[in-house]
Write a protein that binds this ligand. Structure first.
Ligand code: IMP
Ligand code: MG
Length: 175
């Protein structure tokens, strides 16, 4: 089967949207130092673009969590493959994620990090697929709401491919 990617949001549109999100976050935190938590691997591209536009003192850390194996279907398995390097107790933290789908990944990550007593813990996701939600999760900053389609590009993958596309697209299969 042939894989075809249709552009949904252009590189320019995404850049503009990320600048708006950064504006919201700058407005909220002002001069307060912010600790950014990147959920690997999907949010890497979004994470760096967002971080560059924040104006408060920023620190960064990385965590790898997974609920998806290869393919487009959730395995229902949640796994922390890499934990944060630094403690977050007493720090204002912002989790940066690529997409909220069922919400299970973020739910688990948030619960785990909340137990470490950060001063605050908010979530910023580039994409949100509300129609697929199974776990209740509050997200403070969202780039775009998307329909129930399989999204690739700008960090998001299908079987580890397409992460490097500079735009956000929908993956379709043709005979
Ligand atoms: P959740 O736990 O179901 O919310 O899954 C979130 C994770 O699944 C995301 O961080 C993505 O890695 C992956 N995912 C969910 N939907 C898509 C999609 O449309 N394209 C690519 N990855 C997706
Ligand atoms: Mg992910």
């Amino acid at each position: 089967m042939k894989e075809i990617v249709h552009e949904m949001f252009s590189e320019e549109q995404v850049a503009e949207r990320i600048a708006q999100l950064a504006g919201q976050i700058n407005e909220k935190y002002r001069e307060e130092p912010l600790h950014l938590i990147c959920i690997l691997r999907g949010s890497v591209f979004f994470f760096t673009e967002l971080a560059k536009r924040l104006t408060m003192p920023v620190t960064i850390d990385f965590m790898a969590a997974s609920s998806y194996e290869d393919g487009t279907v959730s395995t229902g398995k949640l796994e922390i493959r890499k934990d944060l390097d630094d403690p977050i107790e007493g720090r204002h933290c912002l989790i940066v994620e690529d997409i909220v789908d069922t919400g299970k990944t973020l739910c688990m990550v948030k619960k785990m990090l909340q137990a470490r007593n950060p001063a605050s813990l908010e979530i910023c996701a580039l994409l949100d697929k509300p129609s697929r939600r199974e776990a209740e999760i509050e997200t403070e900053y969202i780039g775009y709401e998307v329909p129930d389609q399989f999204i690739v590009g700008y960090g998001l993958d299908y079987a580890q491919k397409y992460r490097n596309l500079p735009y956000i697209g929908v993956l379709e299969f043709e005979e």
